[in-house]
Design a protein around this ligand. Sequence first.
Ligand SMILES: *Cc1c(COP(=O)(O)O)cnc(C)c1O
Length: 462
Amino acid sequence: MKYCSTRGQVQGLSFSDAVMMGLADDGGLLLPEAIPQLSKQELQSMDQLPYPDLAFKIISKFATDIPAAELKEIIDRSYANFDHAQITPVIKQDDLYILELFHGPTFAFKDIALQFLGNLFEYLLTKNSQKMNIIGATSGDTGSAAIYGVRGKKNINIFILHPKGHVSPIQELQMTTVTDENVFNLAVEGTFDDAQSIVKEIFGDLQFKKQFSLGAVNSINWARVLAQVVYYFYAWYQVSQETGAEQIDVSVPTGNFGDIFAGYIAKQMGVPINQLILATNANNILSRCIKSGDYSMAEVHHSLSPSMDIQVASNFERYLYYLLDCNAQSVMQMMASFKQNGRLDFTADQKQRLKNDFSTSSINDEETLATIKSFYLENGYILDPHTAVGVAVGRKESNPQTPLVCLATAHPAKFGDTVKKATGQDPILPEALSKLTTCEKRLTTIPAEKNQVKDYIKENAT
Ligand SMILES: *Cc1c(COP(=O)(O)O)cnc(C)c1O
């Protein structure tokens, strides 16, 4: 399997090269040259597999340059420290199925991809006698999942900048109590935007980037999307075996479009998904785009589902490539015009295809709280605010004859204040989170100043 860029200037990469490149050198995103299609028999032949074995079957179709035994070992290790035997259990609640994706070490669905990516990086770097220094800025979830993905790994250091005092106490603890020698938490005296622009500037210094082999773990890495394809298969097997249904609807709380794009790939491969439901909060650019072809940037609204507070969804370009019939020239033109005008324009035919590919709605904070509350009162089950957006939109958009699967992207205890506001109850903190308060912390406070961050990296990078 070879990989090419959505913008056409990078082609013929192996899976390993695509993982190491991250963002394509031409500014586009990397995709497999073809999406493998599974026959009905092949689909059925995997329906009893435990999660890691299923993951191996699917991922090995795309990672053809990694020897099977080694790939299997990487995958097994990636899912060995989840706290549920099924890794991503499907739980019937009321009229729908919850696909719990929060059983990894940081209690957010990003663990599913980042545990795999961390092991994959370590494997590829060691094989090629290379080192990598990962740099990222976080407002919460991604930082801790990335840190847990690479803690203690050989040949990798990770520097995560967070705005000092502006991440939730649990998220701060999750990051700063990791005391492995290769993990560097930098509490920046500034806002998240300050932290993010420092990271961008540092990546912009190509000389520095090369000298210190800087790497990123953001959601544009193909390996992250790929790892997420697996649980769409897994959910289909669980629900179809229980209900005998021919198809499922899946509702996905969406920010950067990575998770739902994985669902789109799973559907192309043959998973019988009827409707892919794209759920957004007040940051509804993607919903507007699907409903009326209006893809235009607005201000970022701060909502109760902060991991979805995103305007420009970086993975959308991957879908655009298929919408434009794999014409890299057209993708390039569209992205250039977006950069200039802050909007994309679609033809009538493209608008229709968008509507055929996705259903969508957006939900405001008030509806999010009301959904958490009513779901709790009716089922005794606590949804986190992101999952609640997916449940509310899923119920609106799903076909009543088709079983609805809602992706649960975070454990409710990570958003305790919102849950308490909605239900009057503090969610029960998993032991792994409650014991963090007594753990040793390691962090460095640093001014929001690019050169000081660079000096810090120079001193600590290996
Ligand atoms: C990242 C995240 C999302 C959004 O996923 P995308 O792949 O960016 O669309 C939703 N919920 C939670 C809890 C997240 O951390």
